[in-house]
Design a protein around this ligand. Structure first.
Ligand code: SF4
Ligand code: SF4
Length: 372
């Protein structure tokens, strides 16, 4: 497998997982949100598969959803109702935002092909009772997985899962670090394929592949950009549009870091591999930077974003917000205000389906990059 293989996985995730399932005989468990305790799915000898949904037209999902529903939810439901996710053995729904919770209800009643588990993690994460409650929820999730997959998740298998996930997160962090120091090492499109495939492909194979990629990048360190590029940080929920990286690069910019749910927020933080495994998983969720569907303090997200901008020597921030995404839309005015107060240029791009990618988007990015 090489970078070309990762492009193929990110473009055709369902196809990859069906083939993986047929060849390995393993079960595949779908999930949506970075608050899904994936290590437990992996320890149950199943493949955790992040559901991104269709990139095609929406027909069937619209019968069940209001017009004001974000496209990740719409795309996922369309894929499920079309039968494209029938290869999944189960689906996990973390109760994070309202849209995800309603999707769980609709899915339970209308998509009958696989088992269905809700994971109701606490919202406020900076209290002792949140820790206790989180550990209880994780133990319940472990029990539900064992029952539905017909396996026992031993402490050893969970430690092994933690070790594999730590290797993956460490390698991805190295790739982020190398690329922010030297953007010429890897195109945005290659980078996006690594990040997205890491949520889909066999994690054992991924851990090995990432080691090879980081070693290759390390040996190419001398390659340098000749023209100075405008350094951009992306922030928001999910980015399902690799084109954005190319558009920014065509305009003379480069994405040097992100605060995305399908980006660094997903990989951030290694787990303690020595203590109780469930407590280690809980600890990561309690200490990792939150998405706006969770809470650890009134200014945590702004402080984190400003720290990213300063530590990565970024020139500006692009908010990528899905249309009708309540958590991120409510978060935006306060974040923008804090960036403005610190003199950090920023712009908002509202995304909806595939339709928003095109000349208008290019013009928006070009105008922002010129301003920096
Ligand atoms: S932005 Fe937050 S709530 Fe939404 S999918 Fe990502 S982690 Fe989950
Ligand atoms: S966090 Fe926003 S984009 Fe993600 S599922 Fe919820 S409403 Fe949709």
């Amino acid at each position: 497998m090489n970078l070309q293989g990762l492009h193929s996985i990110q473009n055709h995730p369902n196809k990859y997982s069906i083939r993986f399932k047929n060849e390995s005989g393993k079960k595949v468990v779908g999930y949506f949100c970075s608050y899904t305790p994936e290590e437990l799915i992996f320890a149950a000898n199943a493949l955790p598969f992040r559901i991104f949904g269709t990139r095609g037209n929406i027909n069937l999902a619209d019968i069940h959803l209001q017009a004001y529903c974000c496209s990740p939810v719409r795309n996922a439901l369309e894929d499920a109702l079309s039968g494209n996710l029938n290869f999944l053995d189960g689906v996990v729904f973390p109760h994070s935002c309202d849209s995800m919770q309603r999707l769980s209800d609709i899915w339970r009643l209308n998509v009958l092909m696989h088992f269905h588990i809700d994971v109701v993690l606490p919202v406020k994460l900076n209290t002792e009772s949140a820790r206790e409650y989180m550990i209880g929820v994780l133990n319940q999730f472990k029990h539900n997985l064992e029952k539905n997959l017909g396996v026992v998740i031993s402490e050893d298998s969970l430690r092994q899962a933690i070790s594999v996930y730590n290797q993956i997160r460490k390698s991805i962090k190295m790739i982020y670090d190398m690329r922010h120091a030297n953007p010429a090492l890897l195109t945005g499109s290659d980078f996006y394929s690594i990040v997205k495939s890491s949520m889909i492909m066999d994690r054992n194979a991924l851990a090995g592949l990432l080691r090879e990629i980081t070693a290759d990048l390390e040996s190419n360190k001398k390659i340098q950009d000749t023209i100075p590029l405008k350094r951009i940080v992306l922030t928001g929920a999910m980015c399902e549009h690799p084109e954005i990286y190319r558009i920014i690069e065509d305009g003379g910019g480069v994405v040097v870091w992100d605060d995305l749910c399908t980006g660094y927020r997903y990989f951030e933080g290694e787990l303690d591999s020595t203590g109780d495994p469930i407590s280690s998983i809980a600890e990561r969720y309690l200490t990792r930077i939150v998405c706006p569907a969770k809470h650890t303090g009134l200014s945590t997200r702004a402080e984190n974003l400003i720290d990213i901008v300063k530590s990565k020597s970024a020139d500006g921030v692009v908010f990528l917000i899905q249309k009708f995404c309540d958590p991120h839309s409510f978060d935006y005015p306060y974040l923008k205000n804090q960036l403005d107060n610190d003199g950090i240029p920023n712009t908002l791009i509202e995304m909806e389906g595939q339709a928003f990618v095109g000349e208008r988007l290019k013009t928006r990015f070009d105008a922002f990059l010129e301003m920096l």
